[in-house]
Design a protein around this ligand. Sequence first.
Ligand code: PMP
Length: 360
Amino acid sequence: MENLWKKNFIDIEPYVAGEQPKSDDIIKLNANENPYPPSPAVMKAIEQFGAEGLRMYPSMDAAPLRQAVAERCGALNGVSLSRENVFIGNGSDDVLATAFRAFFNSDKPILFPDVTYSFYPVWCELLKIPYRTKPVDERFEINASDYAEPNGGVVIPNPNAPTSIGRGLDFVREILELNRDCIVIIDEAYVDFGGESAIPLLSEYGNLLVTQTFSKSRSMAGMRIGMAFGSPELITMLDAVKDSYNSYPMDKLAIVTGIASVNDEEYFRETLAKVISTRDRTAAAMRGMGFNVAESSTNFLFAQHEKLGAKEIFGFLRERGIYVRFWNKPRINNRLRITVGTDEQMDKMLAALKELTAEP
Ligand code: PMP
């Protein structure tokens, strides 16, 4: 007999994250994780975290972390932010999903690029939000004028993923000027690696929401901390949605380690400088082997070889224990996304690429 109860199941195709290797000797360059450990201050906070820290519920609104993030990220961007400008969630995925729920309730479609973070269409399907994608150009650049049509909201990652291309504030301002009557989300997951943050525009645009994460530049993907910056009105709405499904999304360990991380600015800058220098050196070496590598403002490279197919390169590297990201999807199925690892990891990858690309 047919199980008729199945007809009420949700019909969704979930987001697929980069493969998690089973063995330790894999060089994992497929999820844009930072190859360096978090700040020593984070490790100290973990050591000092006692059993008593677990017995009670955490702060409902992660207020101490919001305060630290407001102060530090405000200062990094030369503006003054308060706790009321900051929302905190379980990674920026949680923050973005909360924002989609809170702000995208129009009958008109929301707009985002066709080549972008593949979670956006997944949230739209899950939350029944109509959406329309806008093609990036042949250089994978986003054209601001494409976002001039009536819409229910706009989401732009800047720098974009997986293209690694970052745009200046003039571009973000153009998007905002064209979209005064809806919420514009700028997803800045990778901004610390060389992008330009839209945080200084918050005082001018009450409909702007900027999201960032501790997962990449702060080496804390495992702790799941993400944040949004916006006007107090937007933050209040995000809190209302959060409090409608989970009052305590941030556990106590995340709160104390997040504060320790954001307060260690010296370590943050040192780590960024190392990743950026390895990235630029790797990109140059790859170009010398016949790769077209986009100018990256992130901790990853988006590359295509002049002769060899991306799938073949992906398989070759995988056999040698080097995992990079390949998507069998229109427009990007001849490109690889390669996370910037340590110098040693990148040297191993470059040696493998050299072996593959060397003329016989
Ligand atoms: N935005 C973009 C563009 C990303 O690539 C990612 C990482 N997959 C995220 C947001 C979410 O990262 P997290 O949830 O770890 O903060």
